[in-house]
Design a protein around this ligand. Structure first.
Ligand code: CO
Length: 226
């Protein structure tokens, strides 16, 4: 009899935990005392981009929120609660919004594909596509246009994080916390900095405009399919 799907997870967990303890006998005991992550990661739910693994970090080092297409919506209590807890309680120093090339959610939004309930969620990305309709339409290659919307979506979500009351209040009281945008290549396993790093309210719009303008500069690493 083949092991059940759940049993596969449990067996692999036992192996993993044993390996960790073999390397560091105190690892889980230390981690059970508290978590003190320096990072908050807001990424896509895509199974190919586990935050801790792709950054080579260990459990305890990254606080993670993931949803379809790494969207930060101002009324999403789930995402807002994660940001609030990360900033005010865990006092993370660095927030990374990480999108990825080949994002299915972005693709569905770009091509008006219908997948049921999720269409309502992806509507937020269609809003981004609508906002950049002209520059996107100017990109003839479909794959390159998809890449670009993946990039623009990250930059827009970075701005959304910065505009939450949590970040606004943190900066007002002088707390050091910065927000960044990265995009991951599922084809090569590499993260690219989209150069939209913001560490204060006054930086939001200048950095946002610079980052969007920078997308027009050709970069072989940044736009893999163009
Ligand atoms: Co995705």
């Amino acid at each position: 009899m083949s092991p059940s799907d759940l049993q596969i997870l449990i067996d692999k967990n036992r192996d993993w935990a044993a390996q960790v303890v073999a390397r560091d006998p105190q690892f889980f005991r230390n981690l059970s005392q508290q978590q003190r992550p320096a990072y908050l990661w807001i990424g896509c739910a895509d199974s190919r981009i586990p935050a801790t693994q792709v950054t080579g970090m260990a459990p305890g080092e990254i606080f993670v929120h993931r949803n379809v297409a790494n969207v930060v919506v101002h009324t999403d209590l789930n995402c807002l609660s994660v940001i609030q807890y990360a900033v005010e309680v865990l006092r993370v120093k660095t927030i990374v919004v990480c999108g990825h090339y080949g994002c299915g959610g972005v693709h569905a939004a770009l091509h008006d594909a219908s997948h049921g309930l999720i269409d309502n969620w992806l509507r937020h990305i269609q809003d981004v596509a609508e906002k950049y309709r002209e520059p996107l339409a100017a990109i003839e290659d479909r794959a390159a246009r998809w890449d670009r919307l993946c990039e623009l979506n990250v930059i827009e979500q970075v701005v959304n994080v910065c505009q939450t009351t949590v970040l606004q209040q943190a900066w007002r009281r002088g707390q050091e916390v910065s927000v960044h945008g990265c995009i991951y290549g599922v084809h090569d396993g590499l993260l690219r900095d989209l150069e939209v790093s913001i560490s204060g309210a006054a930086e939001i719009m200048p950095r946002f405009r610079q980052a969007v303008a920078l997308l027009e500069t050709p970069s072989p690493l940044r736009s893999p399919t163009s």
